[in-house]
Write a protein that binds this ligand. Structure first.
Ligand code: SF4
Ligand code: SF4
Ligand code: SF4
Length: 347
């Protein structure tokens, strides 16, 4: 299809939305509620654009392109509408950026900065919901919720648990669990996929250590809990892992389970072995890797000489990567000469 986007003639694929066509041509349209993995919702309205001939501003995330369409994404009317939406959001949103843990990674903060909005200005009232910290891994602060609906849709459409939904109407609308109780009493499986999707600080992981987002380094890695191979980023600060975020790529497409998302504290646990131990006179003593490998190699040689390769059996772990497990069986088969290999399969 041929459309005109901000004065430029563009060729776009039919079936795309204005948001997708604009993104393909390097034009950024702000959004809170859009997620390429979810059915378009048009809830937050911040993506409105002007379409020639349309009676009102149109939501870019849910309006499909049509042949000959003329679209403007940054007109005065569009900017005024976006400012109005931000003011309405701030009307009942706490101005807590100074202490909010989401600061530096918050779409509302970023857009208020971009459009110069400091407060609501409609003399409305702030919400006054208690914070739900009943879940062991995350908190829900309904006062910071902007009702974008991403969490509900991720839970319903992708995670398919159906633990959360919207309750009430109008100013009373809020995200909640069955019976309007707390997360702990619900069927939530604590995967944290709603937390990862939340564009503001309403759903937040409980952090082992306070940090600002700009202070952490991100390291992409593969989750080691099972064989699916989910892609994730470890957030590290001062050499310690302080959080985990899913990566939106194959095979997990931005999702994790509770183990991958929140089960990382063992990494910095003081009980964790971080050097090899060799038994000397009946006691385990710390050793260097060179010493430990030397002991293992000489013992393997002795046992193989005396009892043959079938005296060995190798058991490896689901906590290792596929590559490490491949190398383990290769060493047993090719170096030691036995097929006695097994694997714990799952934790
Ligand atoms: S959620 Fe975002 S805008 Fe709201 S207080 Fe936290 S950082 Fe500020
Ligand atoms: S943590 Fe997972 S199961 Fe629980 S509400 Fe969020 S998406 Fe649903
Ligand atoms: S909790 Fe977050 S993701 Fe859910 S509706 Fe509120 S702002 Fe959106």
């Amino acid at each position: 299809m041929n459309i005109t986007l901000n004065g430029h003639q563009c060729e776009v694929e039919g079936g795309q939305t204005i948001f997708q066509a604009a993104a393909k041509h390097g034009i950024h349209i702000p959004t809170f509620c859009y997620d390429e993995r979810l059915v378009a919702h048009g809830a937050c309205r911040i993506c409105v654009v002007e379409v020639k001939g349309a009676r009102t501003l149109m939501t870019a995330c849910s309006t499909p392109v049509a042949e000959g369409m003329t679209i403007e994404t940054e007109t005065l009317a569009v900017i005024e509408a976006r400012k109005g939406i931000l003011r309405l959001m701030l009307e009942n949103h706490p101005l807590d950026c100074l202490t909010c843990e989401k600061s530096g990674n918050c779409t509302l903060q970023d857009l208020c900065f971009a459009y110069g909005i400091k407060e609501g200005g409609f003399n409305g009232s702030k919400k006054n919901y208690p914070i739900d910290d009943s879940n062991p891994f995350f908190t829900y602060d309904a006062n910071k919720c902007i009702l974008c609906g991403k969490c509900v849709r991720v839970d319903n459409e992708l995670q398919c648990t159906g633990a959360i939904s919207f309750a009430e109407r109008g100013f009373e609308t809020h995200v909640t669990v069955a019976g309007d109780k707390d997360f702990e009493s619900s069927n939530c499986v604590s995967c944290g996929n709603c937390v990862s999707a939340c564009p503001v600080g309403a759903l937040m992981p409980k952090q082992p250590q306070k940090f600002r987002y700009w202070d952490v380094k991100k390291v992409k890695t593969t989750c080691s809990y099972c064989g699916v191979g989910c892609q994730m980023e470890l957030l590290t600060r001062d050499g310690k892992v302080v959080g985990v975020e899913p990566v939106n790529s194959t095979p997990n497409e931005g999702l994790l389970c509770v183990k991958g998302r929140f089960g990382y504290r063992f990494l910095n646990h003081p009980d964790r072995l971080n050097s090899p131990l060799i038994r000397k006179d009946g006691k385990l003593v710390e050793a260097t890797w060179d010493e430990a490998i030397h002991v293992v190699v000489s013992r393997i040689k002795d046992i193989k000489e005396k009892h043959g390769p079938e005296a060995f059996g190798g058991l490896s772990s689901a906590r290792c990567t596929n590559e490490e497990n491949y190398l383990m069986q290769k060493m047993y088969r090719a170096v030691i000469g036995t097929n006695n290999v097994d694997h714990c399969a799952r934790l």
